[in-house]
Design a protein around this ligand. Structure first.
Ligand code: G3P
Ligand code: MG
Length: 246
């Protein structure tokens, strides 16, 4: 089922107005009416799945170093909100469990795998999604297409999405060339055209471009009939779609 109205997907939470990939950012996205959230995951030294964009803590916390070299308990001692604003002091790097506890089942969660960690992430994530019983409303995406293919091979119920940054000749043909079912395309928004969207949606693929924030771009993509838009400003997209309705 493909609808005309794009799903509002909060990129790393409402990243434009709160520190990315924190519970505060996800809460804000939900309060602004998002219907999905996008987040990025890494593995700690003790193999916990945590939500962070970069491989290191340097940019988004007051800690330093590789996530993969630190235990969860050490990572939890660092502040992940202060860099964005004093009012976010006390935010920490959340575990994936904490985000799933916060986000209602009705909200789609797009888990972007940043690193396979030699295949360990795929195993941990599949185990996690089975335990949380949330396979039906989660999309696992990655720029590493072999990685998401492994996810689908391990768990046939998983929905997988292909992230890409280039202008592909025929994204639908590419997705359909996989020996497993691909659920969605996640193109960089400037690399998408109306023909790509039409062909993909007619073939049953969902199309979720990232990361569009400007009103003109949001309108443009909505006009293409995309399935959803990954945005740092979910409230802005919500207002725009409401204006179109009235
Ligand atoms: O999943 C869409 C988008 O988040 C991909 O790029 O760098 O923002 O994680 P990035
Ligand atoms: Mg991402």
């Amino acid at each position: 089922m493909l609808s005309n109205k794009p799903m509002i997907i909060a990129h790393r939470g409402a990243k434009g107005m709160a520190p990315e990939n924190t519970l505060a950012a996800f809460r804000l996205g939900l309060s602004q009416g998002c219907e999905g959230i996008e987040l990025d995951v890494h593995l700690t030294a003790d193999e916990e799945i945590v939500v962070c964009h970069d491989m290191t803590l340097n940019r988004t916390t007051n800690g330093k170093g590789l996530i993969a070299k630190k235990s969860l308990s050490e990572i939890k001692t660092y502040d992940a909100g202060l860099w964005f604003g004093d009012e976010f002091k006390g935010e920490t790097v959340p575990t994936l469990d904490e985000v799933f506890d916060l986000v209602p089942d009705s909200i789609m969660i797009n888990v972007e795998i940043k690193n396979s960690y030699d295949g360990r992430m795929e195993h941990k994530l599949v185990e996690f999604l089975r335990r949380r019983n949330r396979l039906n409303n989660v999309i696992v995406s990655s720029f590493d297409h072999k990685c998401v293919r492994r996810i689908k091979q391990m768990e046939s119920e998983a929905k997988i999405g292909l992230l890409y940054q280039s202008k592909l000749l025929d994204p639908t043909a590419y997705a359909r060339s996989f020996d497993v079912e691909v659920y969605s395309l996640h193109p960089y928004f400037q690399m998408l055209d109306a023909e790509d969207v039409l062909k993909a949606t007619e073939s049953g693929l969902y199309v979720y471009p990232y990361t569009a924030n400007e009103v003109n771009d949001l309108l443009h993509l909505t006009g293409f009939g995309v399935s959803g838009i990954i945005t740092d400003f979910p409230g802005r997209l919500k207002d725009l779609l409401q204006t179109q309705d009235s």
